[in-house]
Write a new protein. Structure first.
Length: 174
């Protein structure tokens, strides 16, 4: 991964360090030992506002990564349909905006065929869809001609997680 991509993905660097330093300096400037009021209080408030604004901007933008805009596919995705309350099956994320592509439960026919060349991620995609199906109480039948033991262990772990979640939420105290 080249350095430009790393900078887009990972937080840090001069501006983030400066923002956190400003927040820290504001705590010192507002301390009673340094006067705690007057000019040091104004300086502390200014540093807190500047550092806090940048930190809030970075935290708010953490959910949206502009790295999705640098797709080599160079094809804009269609608008993602809004999913009504109640969710659905998340199939993936669009490359250009990073928005989730969700099929509502009412439209999900519970039959899915994934076809493709070797090594393109069919098994990983199938595990992702199966996990959502298991967590939401649905059944499954998975036919994979070259399924290895690791994938069977993952399916077993998914079912065990679902059973532990159900037993946790269905327990009645007393």
């Amino acid at each position: 991964m080249d350095i430009r991509t790393r900078r887009k993905i990972y937080p840090g660097g001069f501006a983030d360090n400066l923002a956190l330093s400003a927040l820290s300096a504001s705590a010192f400037a507002a301390h009673p030992m340094f006067g705690g009021g007057g000019m040091s209080g104004l300086i502390g408030a200014g540093l807190a506002a500047a550092g806090g604004a940048w930190a809030a901007h970075r935290i708010a933008s953490a959910g949206y990564r502009s790295v999705f805009n640098t797709s080599s596919v160079k094809i804009n995705s269609d608008d993602v349909p809004d999913v009504p309350h109640g969710g659905g099956v998340t199939l993936g994320y669009t490359v250009d905006t990073g928005k989730p592509l969700v099929v509502p439960w009412d439209d999900w026919m519970r039959h899915c065929l994934v076809v493709g060349q070797s090594g393109v991620g069919k098994t990983v995609f199938g595990e992702w869809v199966l996990f959502q199906q298991i967590i939401n109480g649905g059944g499954l039948l998975w036919i994979d001609g070259k399924l290895d033991p690791d994938n069977l262990y993952k399916l077993d772990a998914m079912e065990a997680l679902n059973n532990s979640l159900l037993s946790t939420f269905q327990r009645v105290p007393g």
